[in-house]
Design a binder for this molecule. Structure first.
Ligand SMILES: Cc1cc2nc3c(=O)[nH]c(=O)nc-3n(C[C@H](O)[C@H](O)[C@H](O)COP(=O)(O)O)c2cc1C
Length: 172
């Protein structure tokens, strides 16, 4: 049996997650304010540019996430695309810790908790949302964009910190 046949013979969910682990992704922390006023946030890889007119992003949130309820009831949320120096931040926001913001520099940007060290920050108005399966898809219209030069934090085959080849690569 070849390696390809081995993978194909695995149960569908395992085959699917293995296949998707081979899709290189960036990582972002999505934040918002809870009804009690405290910040909340989670790490996501399911995020992409959705449209340019209006500038919008699409974020996918698991129903099991504690941030789902605040995110589906808020008017605004923040997206923080992480840099290669922020693996610890990624792990913190992928956890179910009691106070993920305790050891991180952050500030309020209106109603949005903003992580100061993130190289890319998008402030978004919630424009649309819908459920499919066990996830909620959120569309956010971007009202503020800030960018600082930094190497990206890359997730690939369940590992953080893959390095992109930055030199000699032709732009599209
Ligand atoms: C690499 C990686 C990518 C993730 N991507 C997503 C995602 O796209 N959407 C999601 O809902 N959870 C994602 N998670 C899981 C959440 O970050 C995790 O469940 C977190 O504990 C949720 O926090 P909360 O319960 O405080 O909201 C990801 C986790 C990791 C490690």
């Amino acid at each position: 049996m070849t390696a390809t046949e081995n993978v194909a013979a695995a149960p569908p969910a395992a085959t699917f997650t293995d296949a998707m682990s081979r899709l290189v992704s960036g990582l972002a922390v999505v934040t918002t304010r809870q009804s009690g006023g405290r910040p909340c946030g989670l790490l996501v890889s399911s995020i992409c540019s959705y449209s340019v007119d209006p500038p919008s992003v699409l974020v996918v949130v698991d129903h099991a996430s504690r941030c789902r309820e605040p995110l589906t009831h808020c008017a605004e949320f923040g997206v923080h695309v992480l840099g290669s120096a922020q693996e610890r931040t990624a792990r913190t926001f992928a956890s179910r810790g009691a106070d993920k913001f305790a050891d991180i520099a952050w500030e309020w940007d209106g109603a949005v908790p903003r992580l100061c060290a993130a190289p890319i920050y998008l402030r978004c108005n919630v424009a649309a949302m819908f459920d499919h399966g066990d996830h909620t898809i959120l569309i956010g219209e971007v009202t503020r964009t800030e960018v600082r030069e930094a190497e990206p934090l890359v997730f690939y085959r369940r590992l953080f910190d893959w390095r992109l080849r930055g030199n000699g690569v032709r732009q599209l």
